[in-house]
Design a protein around this ligand. Structure first.
Ligand code: S3P
Length: 785
């Protein structure tokens, strides 16, 4: 275990480890909150043989010595500094130069080695370097300015906390003059007290801090001042509610400190303030002009950005961090019943945002899936300047910008866990005049992207993937730089993938000439249908689909049907359990998605459709499914792309069927959110199912029995004996793996625990609640709560 991990897990590191302390003597100058907290953390983690401090405030020093924190202390540096190998300056920024003069004197007097490490904790950096330059003829080799991004409501020695820096960042500004050992040792020191060390140039640090810390403090002070100067200020403050308090909380901090910082970081703060003025004027003008669309766009973007950046920085799915590393603890149940509505279709939700944004006019969407994946697409278009209101109970209003209205995003477009967002967007972005970068969470950044990048290059796109295996991040060069538009191509797709097909058709909308894709098997056709619904001509001749560039899209209303891929979990739940009957209302039954119905019917499932109608260009129906004794089958390969997302739960059905089920021609399953063949086989084996992994599929020995031979199908069903044992399953952060094993609990003898279920939110928010509503028993354990 590294020193860093060991230390902040165990405060008495020095007693338990044989590692010598990092330093012989650390001298902390200034025992305010940060200085004293660092001193305490150094002491508790045994990082220095001796610890001394300098502070003008005598009582703090005396108390710190009495409490055993310090070995010595004084108001004068020269009295304690002798032999120190690290000096940490923790005084207000304006006082740093005087400290440097004392340090130089100590060096000249031989109390300190000239290569002694010198660092600080101040929140501005360029002025610290200037102060050092003013004092030392040449910058000391041990000087490494640093800034821990940590603080607390209270200040002073008594507010100190040894864990103040745990899980906080510390920015280390290495100078060209600093020696390697000093940089490495300072990093180790901060990591040993629990911080995450990162390097940054001093000018960049000052600009970032000016925007993220100094400007907000300045505005908070300023707003309080504005209210206080009103004649009716008493009323103003009396009625100032949560918003005012939240916004101005930081104006309660030390005026002297902020006074010093505002001068110390003068130029960066002034430029941040100027930029703020421009934004403020824009907003003022939108209000004056009653420009509702633009104002909603701005507010919506800002609201979403607040949440979005956190996930992007952490490379996590959009899922709330509070829900990270959640598990399902599932008690076996044996029957399900009821009539339920499944959330909206993920594929159609993605496309509604994309085409709605590129259309002219307004697009109203209902039934939009508010899952993480579709929200990633939504955020991307907001980042590219599209005003989108909602989602509010599945309702969205998209103010389309037209085929040429997207703007470059200021940051990489973050796709979270969503392969569909990344692959379809790469087609759209390859055709835009501006450069873009597409990135995703750790799992998405491992999935193959050359399958879209390579044919896009044939169209003239300039697109760079990452690493040997051609994964995200993807960098796309804009057409303005390339100098000519994309060219239509005829492309024979090596795999039946709706994502590849859609990517190329979307790129084809801006290409010169015609783009034709030929797919080896039918894959979902939502892109083709929605393009037609938006008035864009699409030619479909068997498996050949073509679009010609240069057309336009016209916004309209889109009603998103329930997602048959999500419905599949409950179809299998009803089929494999005893005495079950479930009706799933208004589920999309687009024939390119109904492989699940065909396969379950081949397995003798009892499924019927009613209320068949059309919603927004897509066929829908109520699906009723009852218990039945399933039969193992050889799954016809042409059905594979039509049920591509449903195989994890079909494997659960196959385990409950009588006899063997054989899946072939399904290599694509290996490159989904996880390797769904390997991961499902592992889980099935854990639960006692005999199955064999093949290169392109799985063979499952079902443990079901036939019924009792009675005449009617429902009398004949015998689904009472357990098929699965219990155990612990890891979902590999794949939503469909998690939900499939949840369904297995209907035929399990013991509890099933599924780890890593937070990604269920990518496609099916509310899955566990709905499952419990129909009779299952899933407890969600949020480990981080
Ligand atoms: C999707 C297509 C499928 C599917 C994915 C969504 C789409 O991927 O697995 O969940 O919306 O186009 P492939 O087309 O790559 O098989």
């Amino acid at each position: 275990m590294s020193r860093q991990k060991k230390n902040h897990q165990n405060n008495n590191h020095s007693l338990l480890t044989t590692q010598p302390p990092l330093f012989k003597q650390v001298c902390v100058i200034g025992l305010g909150l940060i200085g004293a907290s660092l001193a305490q953390a150094i002491k508790d983690n045994g990082l220095s043989e001796r610890l001394v401090a300098v502070d003008r405030h005598g009582p703090s020093i005396e108390e710190a010595i009495k409490q055993g924190l310090l070995d010595a202390g004084s108001s004068r540096l020269s009295e304690v500094v002798d032999g120190s190998d690290l000096i940490v300056i923790a005084v207000p920024v304006q006082a740093v130069q005087a400290v440097f003069s004392d340090i130089k004197q100590a060096m000249d007097d031989g109390q300190l080695a000239t290569d002694c490490m010198i660092s600080d904790v101040c929140s501005t950096k360029l002025n610290i370097i200037d102060a050092a330059k003013a004092v030392f003829t040449s910058l000391p080799v041990g000087l490494v300015p640093a800034h821990p991004i940590a603080g607390a409501e209270n200040s002073g020695y008594h507010a100190r906390r040894a864990n103040l820096f745990v899980n906080h960042s510390v920015i280390i500004c290495e100078l060209p003059t600093t020696n390697e050992t000093s940089i490495a040792k300072l990093r180790l020191l901060w990591e040993s007290v629990g911080a995450t060390a990162m390097s940054m140039a001093a000018d960049h640090h000052d600009a970032i801090l000016a925007h993220t810390s100094h400007l907000p403090h300045l505005l908070a002070f300023n707003l309080v001042e504005q209210l206080a100067s009103h004649d009716d200020n008493l009323d103003m403050f009396r009625y100032a509610a949560g918003g005012f308090r939240d916004f101005t909380r930081i104006a309660a901090s030390d005026p002297k400190m902020w006074h010093d910082i505002f001068f110390a970081n003068q130029s960066a703060i002034v430029s941040a303030l100027d930029e703020y003025g421009v934004y403020l004027q824009t907003m003022r003008q939108l209000i004056i002009n009653k420009d509702s669309t633009a104002l909603m766009g701005l507010l919506g973007r800002a609201q979403a950005a607040r949440r979005h950046f956190g996930h992007m920085l952490a490379s996590t799915p959009y899922t709330d961090t509070t829900a990270m590393s959640a598990s399902y603890i599932i008690t076996p149940s044996n029957t399900v019943s009821g009539t339920i509505t499944i959330p909206g279709d993920k594929s159609i939700s993605h496309r509604s945002i994309m085409l709605g944004s590129l259309a002219t006019g307004v697009t109203q969407v209902t039934g939009f899936l508010e899952g993480e994946d579709a929200l990633a697409t939504l955020q991307a278009f907001r980042d590219m300047g599209v005003s989108i209101e909602g989602p509010d109970n599945g309702k969205l209003t998209i103010h389309g910008v037209g085929m040429h209205g997207l703007k470059p995003s200021k940051t990489p477009l973050y796709m979270g866990n969503s392969g569909t967002s990344m692959r379809l967007l790469s087609g759209i972005l390859a055709a835009q005049p501006f450069d873009s970068v597409l990135t995703g969470d750790t799992s998405l950044n491992k999935r193959p992207m050359e399958r879209v990048a390579a044919p896009l290059r044939m169209m003239g796109a300039v697109i760079q993937s990452t690493g040997h295996s051609g994964t995200a991040p993807l960098s796309i060069t804009g057409r303005d730089t390339v100098g000519q538009p994309l060219q239509g191509i005829a492309y024979d797709m090596p795999v039946a993938s709706a994502q590849i097909k859609s990517c190329l058709l979307l790129a084809g909308l801006w290409s010169e000439g015609t783009t034709t894709v030929t797919q080896p098997e039918v894959s979902r056709d939502h892109t083709e249908r929605m393009l037609s619904a938006f008035g864009y001509p699409v030619t479909v001749e068997g498996n050949r689909i073509s679009v010609t560039g240069g057309g336009t899209l016209t916004g309209g209303d889109i009603a998103v049907p329930a997602d048959i891929s999500s419905a599949a979990f409950f179809m299998v739940a009803a089929a494999i359990s005893q005495g079950s009957e479930l009706t799933l209302t208004q589920v999309g039954i687009n024939p390119t998605r109904t492989g699940i119905l065909d396969i379950l019917k081949l397995m003798q499932a009892d499924i019927s459709l009613s209320n068949e109608t059309h919603v927004g260009g897509e066929p829908v129906a109520d699906i009723t499914i009852r218990s039945s004794n399933l039969q193992g089958i050889e799954i016809p390969e042409y059905l594979v792309p039509l049920a591509i997302d449903e195989f994890p739960v079909l494997f659960i059905a196959a385990s409950c069927a009588k006899g063997r089920t054989v899946l072939t021609g399904a290599k694509e399953l290996r490159v989904k959110e996880s390797d769904r063949i390997a991961v499902m086989a592992d889980g099935l084996q854990t639960l006692g199912i005999d199955c064999t992994v093949t290169d392109d599929g799985l063979i499952i020995e079902g443990k079901g029995t036939t019924g009792n031979g009675a005449a009617s199908q429902s009398d004949n069903v015998n689904n009472t004996h357990p098929i699965f044992g219990g155990g612990q399953i890891t979902s590999h952060h794949d939503h469909r793996i998690a939900m499939s094993f949840a369904v297995a609990s209907l035929r399990a003898s013991k509890q099933i625990v599924i780890e890593g279920v937070e990604t269920v939110n990518t496609s099916f928010p509310g899955f566990a609640e709905l499952a419990n509503q129909i009779g299952m028993s899933i407890q969600v354990d949020d480990a981080s709560a």
